[in-house]
Design a protein around this ligand. Structure first.
Ligand code: NAP
Length: 271
């Protein structure tokens, strides 16, 4: 049997074990995936311990994604993003970031083309960094708007080495939304337990907008409720979670996992 796991703190709430175990079981693979509570201080030992024990691979979650850069050999993209969410042990200890590709596939699986689109990305934290680089790579024009404006400007500067990106604060949101095709919330605003919060309300949106909230707990956030009121198309955060996991699964096993089975496992846990 091959073991896989997610390291983080807190980690008991993680949906990754249910999602990956459902995929292993559907494919009849002799593998198991578990959650392990690991701190920044013990991350080095945990990663090297998993390597020594012959683990098939790891995921990392809060607060370990940035710290792992000092421990693993990151891909060029993970290094640019500044965070690792997937570790593979086949050729040493390699660190990947699959969050951006997860967001891209969540949009594409909803029939949304990214190339040439004006995207307004709210947030400049870890997830926003991965998404900003991916969108720039895919040929979107990205405006990053963040509460702490300097972080948005710094991220835009980094992402503009790959494609079109600019950074700003949250003051002119209505005008920015008027000019955009896709609005992505990659802040933690709206996440449980503060589910009544949203940065953008329906009066600020238009009906041609696609609104993608990467927060998946709750599945229907206040932002998505407001977007629906405005007649905009909505995409929830579940498919990003599933697709970032599916990319990790491919890296570890070389097999394409059943995304529908993974989605069902996640939605059942969230309901
Ligand atoms: P993070 O690194 O801590 O970044 C948090 C971001 O939220 C920052 O941009 C922060 O702005 C902003 N923010 C927090 N509170 C705010 C407020 N009250 N008003 C305005 N902005 C606020 O977190 P992260 O790892 O990027 O994760 C962000 C969210 O994405 C979380 O809810 C996480 O669960 C979700 N997520 C989902 C997926 C998925 O697969 N669907 C993957 C990764 C993350 P400042 O810079 O001003 O502090």
């Amino acid at each position: 049997m091959k073991l896989f796991g997610v390291l983080g703190d807190p980690v008991s709430h993680s949906l990754s074990p249910a999602m990956h175990n459902a995929a292993f079981s559907a494919l009849g693979m002799d593998c198991e995936y578990h959650a392990f509570k690991v701190s920044k201080e013990t991350l080095h030992d945990a990663i090297h311990g998993a390597y020594a024990l012959g683990f098939g691979g790891l995921n990392l979650t809060i607060p370990l994604k940035e710290k792992a850069l000092d421990i693993v050999k990151p891909t060029e993209l993970a290094e640019k993003i500044g965070a690792v969410n997937t570790i593979d042990f086949k050729k040493g200890i390699l660190g990947y970031n699959t969050d951006g590709i997860g967001a891209k596939k969540a949009l594409e699986s909803n029939g949304i083309e990214i190339r040439g689109k004006n995207v307004l990305l709210l947030g400049a934290g870890g997830a926003a960094r991965a998404i900003a680089f991916q969108l720039a790579l895919e040929g979107a024009a990205v405006t990053i708007a963040n509460r702490t404006e300097e972080r948005a400007v710094a991220l835009a500067k980094d992402a503009s080495r790959i494609g079109k990106a600019r950074g700003t604060g949250l003051d002119e949101l209505k005008a920015l939304i008027n000019d955009c095709d896709i609005l992505i919330n990659s802040t933690a605003v709206g996440m449980a337990p503060r589910t009544s919060e949203t940065i953008v309300t329906s009066e600020m949106m238009h009906s041609k907008l696609v609104v993608f909230d990467i927060v998946y707990n709750p599945v229907e956030t206040m932002l998505l409720k407001e977007a629906r009121k405005a007649g905009a198309k909505t995409i929830d955060g579940v498919m990003m979670l599933v697709h970032q996991g599916a990319e990790a699964f491919k890296i570890w096993t070389g097999r394409t996992p059943p995304v529908d089975v993974m989605e069902k496992a996640v939605r059942e846990r969230l309901e």
